[in-house]
Design a protein around this ligand. Structure first.
Ligand code: NAP
Length: 289
C-alpha cells in the first residue's frame, strides 16, 4: 500500500454495522495492484447520522462510497442524481461526487448478472424462481428483467410483504412478468425453474447446515437448471451443494460481491477495467482465514 498523505483520495463504505464488510479487502487490493493514491475505508454510520455523514464527506473531499444496510434506500432523497436502474430497484449502493452533489446507482444488478452472462441460455424461455423478497431480491428481479426472463416467480414467507413486493413492480416499463407463490407451493413450481436464486439469509454462516430448499425438493429441478446463492459465507452453501448433487449449474455469492464492487470501482476511478481477479483472490484469501 502507498503511504497515506494529504493527497490520498478517500473511498469507503457506510453501513450499520459495517465492521464485517469485505469491501475494503477487495477495493484496497485493487488500489494497491494499480498503485493508485487512494484508500477505501469502512465508516460506521447510524441511520440518524446519514445526512451529517454526507455533509462531512462533502467537506473532507471523499470521492465516492458504497452504501450498505440500512442506508441503501434512505440515501436516495439525499442524492442530486439517481440512475433509472437504482430508481427501479429502489436502492442505491454506489455513490460518487459530481459538481452538483452526490450521484448514485445500483451495481448489485450488474454484479448479479455478471456470472450469468457467461452461461449460454435462451433467457426469454427461462422462468426464474426467486426466494425471498428483501433488498437483494429487488436487484435480482431487475437483473432477471434485463435478461428478459419469461417469468419471475417470487417466493415469500410473509404474504403481505410478498404482495407489496409484486405490487411495487406492477408499473415498470417494459412490464416485469411476476407471479407470487408461497413456500408451500415451491415443490410444484420447481420443475419450471430454469434459474433458482436464494435471496434469503438461510444457510449463511454460522447456520451452515440450513438450506432454503430441501434435498427432496431440489430433485424437482429440470435438467440444465442454474442455481444461484447470493450468500458468500460459507462458499459453497448447503443449498449449492444440494443443487450440485442433482447436477445443476451453480453460482455462489462471491462472484456477485466481486462484480458489484468492480462496477463501482470503475465509476470512481473513471476506468473501463479494474483488476477483478485481484479483487476476487483477495476475498477468497480473507474468507479462507
Ligand atoms: P433482507 O432485506 O433482510 O431480505 C431477506 C429476505 O429473506 C426477506 O424476504 C426475508 O423474509 C427472507 N427470509 C429471512 N429468513 C427467512 C427464512 N428463515 N425463511 C424464508 N425466508 C426468509 O436481506 P437482503 O439484503 O435481501 O440479503 C439477503 C441475502 O443476500 C443475505 O444473505 C445477504 O448476505 C445476501 N447478499 C449478497 C450479496 C452479494 O453481493 N453476494 C448482496 C446482497 C445481499 P421476511 O421479510 O419475512 O423477513
Amino acid at each position: 500500500m502507498k503511504e497515506i498523505t494529504g493527497k490520498t483520495r478517500i473511498l469507503g463504505i457506510i453501513g450499520d454495522p459495517v465492521e464485517h464488510s469485505l469491501s475494503p479487502v477487495m477495493h484496497n487490493a485493487a488500489i494497491a495492484h494499480l498503485n493508485l493514491d487512494y484508500i477505501y475505508v469502512p465508516f460506521p454510520v447510524k441511520p440518524k447520522d446519514l445526512t451529517t455523514a454526507l455533509a462531512g464527506f462533502e467537506a473532507v473531499g471523499v470521492q465516492g462510497f458504497n452504501a450498505t444496510i440500512p442506508h441503501k434506500q434512505a440515501i436516495i432523497p439525499l442524492l442530486t442524481e439517481v440512475s433509472p436502474l437504482a430508481r427501479s430497484v429502489g436502492a442505491v449502493n454506489t455513490i460518487w461526487r459530481t459538481p452538483e452533489g452526490w450521484a448514485g446507482t445500483n451495481t448489485d444488478v450488474e454484479g448479479f448478472l455478471a456470472p450469468l452472462l457467461s452461461i449460454p441460455r435462451q433467457w426469454h424461455q427461462i422462468k426464474a424462481v426467486v426466494l425471498g423478497t428483501g433488498g437483494a431480491a429487488r436487484a435480482v428481479v431487475a437483473g432477471c428483467a434485463q435478461l428478459g426472463c419469461q417469468e419471475i416467480i417470487m417466493v415469500g414467507r410473509n404474504q403481505e410483504k410478498l404482495a407489496a413486493f409484486v405490487a411495487s413492480w406492477a408499473h415498470q416499463a417494459p412490464p416485469v412478468p411476476m407471479t407470487p407463490v408461497t413456500w408451500e407451493e415451491l415443490p410444484q413450481i420447481l420443475p419450471q425453474a430454469g434459474l433458482l436464486v436464494n435471496c434469503t439469509p438461510v444457510g449463511m454462516y454460522p447456520h451452515i447446515d440450513a438450506a432454503p430448499v430441501s434435498a427432496t425438493s431440489m430433485q424437482y429441478l429440470p435438467p440444465g437448471a442454474i442455481v444461484y446463492d447470493l450468500i458468500y459465507t460459507p462458499c459453497p452453501t448447503q443449498f449449492l451443494q444440494l443443487a450440485q448433487d442433482v447436477g445443476a449449474t451453480t453460482i455462489d455469492g462471491l462472484e456477485m460481491l466481486v462484480c458489484q464492487g468492480a462496477a463501482g470501482l470503475k465509476i470512481w476511478l473513471g476506468r473501463d477495467t479494474v483488476p477483478v481477479t485481484v479483487m476476487r483472490d483477495a476475498l477468497i484469501q480473507r474468507l479462507m482465514r
